[in-house]
Ligand binder design. Sequence first.
Ligand code: NCD
Length: 296
Amino acid sequence: MKHILRSQDFDINFLDNIFHSVNSMMAANRPQTMRGKVMCSLFYEPSTRTRLSFESAHLKLGGSVIGTENAGEFSSSVKGETLEDSIRVISSYSDLIVLRHSDNNAAERAARVSLCPIINAGSGTGQHPTQSLTDLYTIKKRRGMIEGTSIAIAGDLKHGRTARSLAYLLSKYPAVKIYFVAPDELQMDQDLIEYLISKGVHFGTFDSFDPIIGEVDVIYQTRLQRERHGKENHHYNLDITAATIAKMKSGSIVMHPLPRNEEIHSDVDALPNAAYFEQAANSLWVRMALLDYLFK
Ligand code: NCD
């Protein structure tokens, strides 16, 4: 049984396979790999893109969908049922479970007891591996390659799971340079930094775009994860405007997993560098390719 739990578990061969089949997902005669299969989308945290693109992907591949977008309220978790017990039962009704949860270890906990594959659709401040597949695909599509990409990953890196999953995935490609741009108190956690060191990845940490803005091919911007801050009140300004873009190399791009707040101004949207809505659109085809790969 193949679970999708963490992005460092993907290998380059697997990634190539997924990326190669994306175009065939867009074709009218796409495979109907999920016919007769039931996907449960089990979301304990809010979602727009991840849930709807997974559900659409599964439907387009011929499958059916059950689930709840607010499992914290509309499931037996209200009655005190553990995640493990819920998964034991739901996995006996489903052929796969797409799970989003506030616990960093939720996907691993679910996989331990599940009767069907678990796909991690975002676990606390831990990981969001299928978002990083979309992110990488978008870089490849826009730049033609991932090797040699110089990228600034910016924002609330301490609490943002998409930034972590993307850094793990990029570390698999040669000559990648990763610059983490965040205020000190929201910088990338040490465990990931140590992972990059152990893999010999070129990286740096900064609290402003200024030192690297003219060098990077990609800015991967993220929002302040206010809902994960408790009583702390963080403020910083790493906003990207059309004036920021003017300092970037020609052909460089700006990405964002969305939702965005004020960290990318709307004057960027119409610029050719803006790749974030395309990135969100790509997630449908990439998730179809992933489901097809896992179940064919
Ligand atoms: C992200 C998430 O949920 O981690 N959104 C997404 O899935 N595209 C990013 C975020 O919430 O900031």
